[in-house]
Design a protein around this ligand. Structure first.
Ligand code: C5P
Length: 300
């Protein structure tokens, strides 16, 4: 139960079916070409009227001060909304922290949707999308959900029309990885000629149209994978375990450290999850499927 007058927003994690990283730009970001895919591993964010601005979350390593991205999102929207009042934001996290699945961005997207409703701000989804892009490269997709192409920093989104449902096991290695550190490691490897882009967006889009899970598995690619493995070599053990468990394919989620294992169907995912859980290479596993809806109000 949520307090009277509050809203609860559910928001999905993302994986990238393809993530091609271009050059480092003057603003510190890299140009990206990516296919985002939202999966039903969701945070629930409750927003209620309050005497003062606050955020709480029981999961370790989530900041609960003014740097929290959901709180920043709420305050950013309040600047544009005459009827805004302070809110308390309470985050129930299922999306792994520092897992490359855009959990912080998801919470920010949820805060935008929840606050817009509480304050009756009248913002359209497009207007919220523009504010989302200011907050972070992955925030617009968390609003959007589904499967979508992302360009620029990943924040310009166009939907991919596919009805293909994909089943996954998410393997959670013990420690997280810092997104800026992984991008910087890719730049370093490239400067030494040790990494090149092999990710083919068109192949993924074609495979999604074919509806063949094997084709999708062959086409998956993430330019950040080599950099993440370079920083966290133990990830290799998890990839080896994924192969032994006969997943269709395995790929790093975003900048890691989570790894997504593509499965043939829901039963196959349950079997592979059991094998991965017993492999001694992961701290946890989650069985999920996609595409999932973007940030939406589920109560209030
Ligand atoms: O947008 P967000 O705050 O999630 O990005 C975190 C960091 O990841 C950026 O500061 C940047 O170092 C890196 N990044 C990047 N290129 C992108 C997205 C993120 O270099 N397109």
């Amino acid at each position: 139960m949520i307090p009277a007058g509050a809203v609860k927003v559910r928001v999905p994690a993302k994986i990238n079916l393809a993530l091609a990283v271009g050059d480092l730009r003057d603003d510190g970001y890299h140009d990206l070409l990516t296919v985002f895919h939202a999966v039903n591993l969701c945070d629930d964010v409750t927003i209620a009227k309050s005497a003062r601005w606050s955020v709480k979350c029981e999961t370790p390593d989530v900041p609960t001060d003014s740097t929290n991205l959901a709180l920043r999102a709420a305050r950013r929207l309040a600047n544009e909304c005459q009827a805004a009042f302070p809110v308390s934001i309470s985050i129930a996290k299922a999306i792994p922290v520092a897992g490359g699945m855009a959990g912080g961005s998801a919470d920010a997207a949820a805060a935008l949707v929840g606050c817009a409703a509480l304050w009756r701000s009248g913002h359209t989804r497009e207007e919220l999308g523009a504010i989302a892009a200011e907050l972070g490269a992955d925030v617009p997709f968390a609003l959007h959900g589904g499967t979508a192409i992302g360009v620029n920093r990943g924040d310009s989104i166009s939907p991919v029309l596919t009805r293909m449902e994909l089943h996954w096991v998410i393997a959670l290695p013990g420690g997280g990885l810092s997104t800026p550190a992984v991008f910087a490691e890719l730049d370093r490897l490239r400067a030494q000629g040790l990494a090149e882009s092999s990710t083919d967006l068109q192949a993924v889009l074609k495979a999604l149209t074919s509806g063949d899970v094997g084709d999708v598995g062959q086409a998956l690619g993430n330019d950040l994978q080599a950099a993440a493995i370079s920083l966290a070599p133990d990830l290799r053990r998890t990839f080896r375990a994924a192969k032994e468990a006969e997943a269709v394919a395995a790929l790093l989620c975003g900048s890691g450290s989570s790894i997504a294992l593509l499965c043939r169907d829901a039963d196959d995912a349950e079997d592979i999850a059991l094998q991965m859980a017993g492999s001694g290479t992961v701290a946890g596993v989650r069985v999920v499927h996609g595409p999932a809806q973007g940030a939406r109000i589920i109560e209030g």
